[in-house]
Design a protein around this ligand. Structure first.
Ligand code: AHR
Length: 838
C-alpha cells in the first residue's frame, strides 16, 4: 500500500518533452475562452460487488473464513451435486417462460466444513461435525460439534482467506460462541500460528460450564508476524462442546467495529471516489429471485446476519452490509448509491420475476432502505440506524432500480418504483438499468446505466460514442465498464483504451455525469472475473494500470471542458472485402444486390447461388434471399468474384418479422469488417459499426430510425476510402468515417488551481509529437507538470510481486507557452497541468 500511495512522489525533471528536430504530427488547438460542459464532481466513483472475494477475504476485515459454519448450508430449493449447485428447476424466466437450463449450475465447495481443519493431537475417537440440534440463532442455525469421548487433545484451525496476515505487536479482536451441552471438562487454548508452526499467540480460555450459548470476547496480541498464519483452538479434556460465530478482526479502517481492512480501504480512498455503489452487480438480483440480496438481512450485529450463497460461487457473510457501506461512504466523503431489486432475478441466469401484485413489497423495501439512510431517527427504519450507532443520516444520493434488467416487465416496474420514490424523496437521483436509448422506454428517467466489457479495440474506436447521443431530460451513468478481453489479467493496453473511452465521457460531461469501472476488487486466490481494478492477497494490495488511469482522471478532473480541436493528417484507411446480408433476431428478405464500381462496372449478385451462411437458416427463390432463425445473428456472405473497395452497394430489403431491422456487411475479411445496422438496438437506431468478431463498436454518428415490417426499402451504401454514406429510398440518411487515430485528447480548466489540464492518450508504439496552441490565455506559466503513465510494452501488467511496473510518474516540464510542442511517450496516458491566467 505504501508503495501505491507513494508512486507519484518521484518528481523527475523534463523528459517527455520535445527535441527541436521532432516535427509535430498534429495540432491541438484549445480555446480557453470557449467554455464547454461543466465536469460534475459526481463523475468518478466506485462500484462494489461481492465478487472475487471482494468483501469477505477482502475489504471486509474479518480474518476467519466460515465463521458461522454456514458455508455448506444449501439455499432453500437449490440442489447440490458434487461440486456444483443447481437453482430450483421450477422457476420460469419472466420474458421467455423458459425453465432454467438443466446445466445451469454454479461452483460449490464440497468440503463438509470449509476453511476449518480438525486434528486429534492426543488420544483417539474425537470428532468434529456440523449440527443444527442447538442453533445459536435463526441466522446461524449450524454449529460445530466437537466431541472428545475420552481424555484427549484436539486442534481446530481456521486458515482464514488463504492465510491470515498477523503482525507482531498488533491486537486481534476475538468473538467466539460456545455451548457446553454435554459438559466438556478440560481446558481450551487459543493460538495464532505461523505457516511454519511457530506460535504467534497462545492464550488459555476458561470454558463456561453453561449449556446456553455464551460469547467470549477479548484481544489476542501477536508476538510475531506471518502473512499466512492461522487461528487455532485447542481443546484438552473430555465431553462435547458446540462452537459458533468465531470471529477475529485486526485493527480496521477508521477503527470501526465490524470494519474494513485498512490497506484496501485506503487504496479505495486514494481514488477520491465521488460515490460508492453497493451491493452490485448481479448479486442484487440473485441467481434466482430467492437468492437476491436483502439489505435488511445485512444490518445489525453481524452474528445475526444469515449471509447468502453468493451469485459468484461462495458463501458471503454480508458483513460489509448496508450500514457498513453507508459508513464507508461517510468516512471517505463519497455519496452512496444503493441498488435495489426490482422484483426480478438475474436475467443472465434464471430471470424469474415476482408477481405484479407482490411488487409493492419490493418498492416498500427500497423505501425502507432510503429511510434507514436518510430518515430523521423517528421513522421505523431510521430508528434502527440510530440503534446501530448512527444518529445522523448517511449521505445516500442515488438509487438504481434493479441491475442489468431489461424488457417490458422491467420498463413498467421502473416507472412504479420511480413514482413511489420520487414522491417521497424528490432529491434522490434514480437510475434505470437500461442502456443507451433506454430513456424512451420509461415514463421518466433521471439516468440510464449502460455497461461495457470489451476488448481494447472497442474503446479505442468508440471515444466519440457519446458525442452523438441525444440530449435532454436524462443523463448517463456508465455504471460498469472495463477492457477485460485480450488484455491478460489487465495490461497497459487495456488501461489506455479505458483512458481513451474516458476522454469521450469527460468531453461529454453535459450528458455523462457518472462512471464506475467494474469490478473493483479481486482476491488473487479467487479470480472469477477476468480483470478487476485492484488485486490483493492476505497482506498486499496492488492497483492495476487501469487503477492508475482512474486515479489520474479523478485527481485531474477540471471544473469544465475547454473547446479542443485535434487536427491530424488522415492515415488513408481503405475499406476492402466482401459483402453480406443479415438481421439480428429478425427475419428479412433481400433482392437485387448490385455493386457499382468507380469505373462504372456493375456487378450483380445471384441471390439464389454463391452465398455462405454464417448464422441462421437461409433459402432463396425467385431472386429473393430469405433468412430465419435459429440463433440471433442471422447472416450470410456473398462469395462474390472479387473483393470490393470504393463502390456503391444497393439492395432491396423487406422485414418479415422480428425485433430489429436490416444488417448489411461490407469490407469483410473473415469475421472482421464493417456493418450498417438499420433499425438496430431494438429497432430504434441506425449506425455503422466496426465488426471485430463479436465486438461491434458503433462508428460515430447514428440516427434514430425504425424499420417497418412488410415494406420493401431501397438501401444504398457509398464507400469512399474510410468514409461511408447510407441512403434510404433515395434519401441521404447518415455519413460516417472510421476513427483511425490512436491518439485522444480532452482538456479543461481547473478553477481552483488556475491550471489548464490536458489529457492525452497515445495508444501506439511510436512517440507522438503535437503542437499545442492555447488561445484565450492572458499568460501561460512556463513550468508545469506532466503526469505520465507508460511502460515499455503494452502488455505490461502490475502484479503483487511487481506492483510498480506500470505506475504514473510526475515530471516537471519547463517548456509550456501559448504555442508549444510536446512529444508524448509511446503507449502512454499523459496529463499536462499548465498554469494559465485567463
Ligand atoms: O461486474 C461483474 C458483473 O458484470 C456484474 O455483476 C454485472 O452487473 C455485470 O454483468
Amino acid at each position: 500500500m505504501k508503495q501505491l500511495l507513494t508512486s507519484l512522489t518521484a518528481l523527475l525533471l523534463v523528459s517527455g518533452g520535445c527535441t527541436p528536430e521532432e516535427e509535430p504530427e498534429a495540432t491541438i488547438r484549445i480555446d480557453l475562452a470557449r467554455r464547454g460542459a461543466d465536469i460534475p464532481t459526481s463523475m468518478y466513483g466506485i462500484f462494489f460487488e461481492e465478487i472475487n472475494h471482494a468483501g469477505d477475504g477482502g475489504l471486509y476485515a474479518e480474518l476467519i473464513q466460515n465463521r458461522g459454519f454456514e458455508d455448506s448450508s444449501v439455499p432453500e430449493g437449490y440442489t447440490v451435486k458434487g461440486d456444483r449447485i443447481f437453482p430450483p428447476a421450477d422457476r420460469t424466466n419472466h420474458l421467455t417462460g423458459a425453465r432454467p437450463h438443466p446445466d445451469l449450475s454454479f461452483r460449490w465447495n464440497p468440503d463438509p466444513i470449509p476453511a476449518w481443519r480438525f486434528e486429534q493431537l492426543e488420544g483417539s475417537g474425537a470428532s468434529a461435525e456440523l449440527t443444527r440440534e442447538y442453533p445459536l440463532n435463526e441466522a446461524s442455525p449450524t454449529a460445530l460439534k466437537v466431541t472428545l469421548p475420552e481424555k484427549g487433545r484436539i486442534a481446530l484451525s481456521n486458515c482464514g482467506f488463504w492465510g491470515m496476515n498477523i503482525e507482531k505487536g498488533k491486537g486481534y479482536y476475538l468473538r467466539m460462541n460456545t455451548s457446553n451441552g454435554n459438559r466438556f471438562e478440560g481446558r481450551a487454548i487459543l493460538k495464532l500460528v505461523a505457516e511454519d508452526g511457530t506460535e504467534l499467540c497462545n492464550r488459555p480460555l476458561a470454558i463456561d460450564p453453561d449449556r446456553t450459548w455464551c460469547e467470549y470476547t477479548g484481544q489476542l496480541t501477536a508476538t510475531g508476524s506471518d502473512p499466512h498464519a492461522r487461528f487455532v483452538i485447542e481443546l484438552e479434556g473430555t465431553g462435547t462442546l458446540l462452537l459458533d460465530y468465531v470471529s477475529l478482526f485486526p485493527e480496521t479502517f477508521r477503527n470501526r467495529i465490524n470494519g474494513l481492512r485498512n490497506d484496501i480501504a485506503q487504496t479505495l480512498e486514494a481514488l477520491h471516489p465521488a460515490f460508492v455503489r453497493w451491493p452490485g452487480g448481479c448479486i442484487v438480483e440473485g441467481i434466482d429471485l430467492s437468492n437476491r440480496i436483502e439489505w435488511k438481512k445485512t444490518i445489525g450485529d453481524p452474528k445475526n446476519r444469515p449471509g447468502i450463497y453468493d451469485t459468484w460461487g461462495y458463501r458471503a457473510t454480508m458483513g460489509f452490509g448496508y450500514h457498513e457501506f453507508l459508513q464507508f461512504c461517510e468516512d471517505i466523503g463519497a455519496a452512496g448509491m444503493f441498488v435495489c431489486n426490482a422484483g426480478i432475478g438475474c436475467q443472465g441466469r434464471v430471470g424469474d420475476a415476482c408477481r405484479e401484485e407482490d411488487l409493492d413489497a419490493f418498492i416498500q423495501d427500497a423505501l425502507d432502505a432510503i429511510d434507514y439512510a436518510l430518515g430523521d431517527g423517528t421513522t421505523e427504519w431510521s430508528r434502527k440506524r440510530v440503534e446501530n450507532g448512527h444518529p445522523e443520516p448517511f449521505p445516500l444520493q442515488y438509487v438504481e432500480i434493479g441491475n442489468e434488467n431489461w424488457g417490458p416487465v422491467y420498463e413498467k416496474r421502473y416507472d412504479r418504483f420511480y413514482r413511489a420514490i420520487k414522491a417521497k424523496y424528490p432529491r434522490l437521483t434514480l437510475i434505470s438499468t437500461l442502456g443507451l436509448g433506454g430513456q424512451h422506454r420509461h415514463e421518466r428517467v433521471d439516468m440510464i446505466d449502460p455497461h461495457w466489457y470489451v476488448a481494447p479495440e472497442f474503446f479505442l474506436s468508440s471515444s466519440r460514442l457519446f458525442d452523438q447521443q441525444e440530449r435532454g431530460g436524462y443523463a448517463v451513468y456508465v455504471g460498469e465498464y472495463a477492457v477485460n478481453q485480450q488484455v491478460g489479467g489487465g495490461n497497459l493496453l487495456g488501461a489506455l483504451a479505458e483512458a481513451a473511452f474516458l476522454s469521450g465521457m469527460e468531453r461529454n460531461s453535459d450528458l455523462v455525469k457518472m462512471a464506475s469501472y467494474a469490478p473493483l476488487l479481486e482476491n488473487v486466490n479467487d479470480r472469477v472475473w477476468p480483470t478487476n481494478l485492484i488485486c490483493f492477497d492476505s497482506h498486499r494490495v496492488m492497483g492495476r494500470s487501469s487503477y492508475h488511469v482512474q486515479k489520474m482522471y479523478a485527481e485531474n478532473r477540471p471544473d469544465y471542458n475547454t473547446a479542443t480541436e485535434f487536427e491530424q493528417p488522415r492515415n488513408g484507411v481503405q475499406v476492402s472485402g466482401r459483402i453480406g446480408l443479415g438481421g439480428w433476431n429478425t427475419d428479412n428478405e433481400y433482392r437485387e444486390l448490385k455493386v457499382t464500381l468507380p469505373d462504372g462496372r456493375v456487378i450483380e449478385a445471384d441471390m439464389e447461388r454463391g452465398w455462405t451462411p454464417k448464422g441462421g437458416t437461409w433459402s432463396a427463390a425467385d431472386g429473393t434471399l430469405s433468412q430465419e432463425g435459429p440463433g440471433v445473428m442471422r447472416w450470410s456472405i456473398w462469395d462474390s468474384p472479387e473483393e470490393f473497395s470504393d463502390c456503391s452497394i444497393s439492395v432491396k430489403a423487406r422485414k418479415k418479422s422480428g425485433d430489429e431491422g436490416f444488417i448489411l456487411y461490407f469490407g469483410m475479411q473473415g469475421e472482421t469488417g464493417y456493418v450498417l445496422n438499420i433499425g438496430g438496438w431494438s429497432n430504434q437506431t441506425t449506425a455503422f459499426q466496426h465488426m471485430v468478431g463479436t465486438d461491434m463498436p458503433q462508428i460515430p454518428n447514428n440516427i434514430a430510425q425504425q424499420v417497418e415490417t412488410g415494406r420493401w426499402y431501397d438501401i444504398r451504401i457509398d464507400i469512399h476510402g474510410d468514409s461511408f454514406t447510407y441512403s434510404l429510398d433515395g434519401k441521404r440518411m447518415l455519413e460516417a468515417r472510421i476513427e483511425q487515430s490512436r491518439q485522444y485528447v480532452v482538456s479543461g480548466y481547473d478553477e481552483t488551481t488556475g491550471e489548464e489540464v490536458i489529457k492525452f492518450v497515445n495508444a501506439t508504439e511510436k512517440p507522438f509529437t503535437a503542437r499545442i496552441e492555447l488561445a484565450g490565455a492572458e499568460s501561460v506559466g512556463r513550468t508545469g507538470k506532466a503526469i505520465v503513465l507508460t511502460s515499455g510494452d503494452p502488455s505490461d501488467e502490475n502484479s503483487l510481486d511487481n506492483p510498480e511496473k506500470v505506475v504514473p510518474e510526475e515530471r516537471v516540464y519547463k517548456g509550456f507557452s501559448d504555442r508549444f510542442t510536446y512529444t508524448f511517450d509511446p503507449w502512454s496516458f499523459t496529463v499536462l497541468r499548465i498554469k494559465v491566467q485567463k
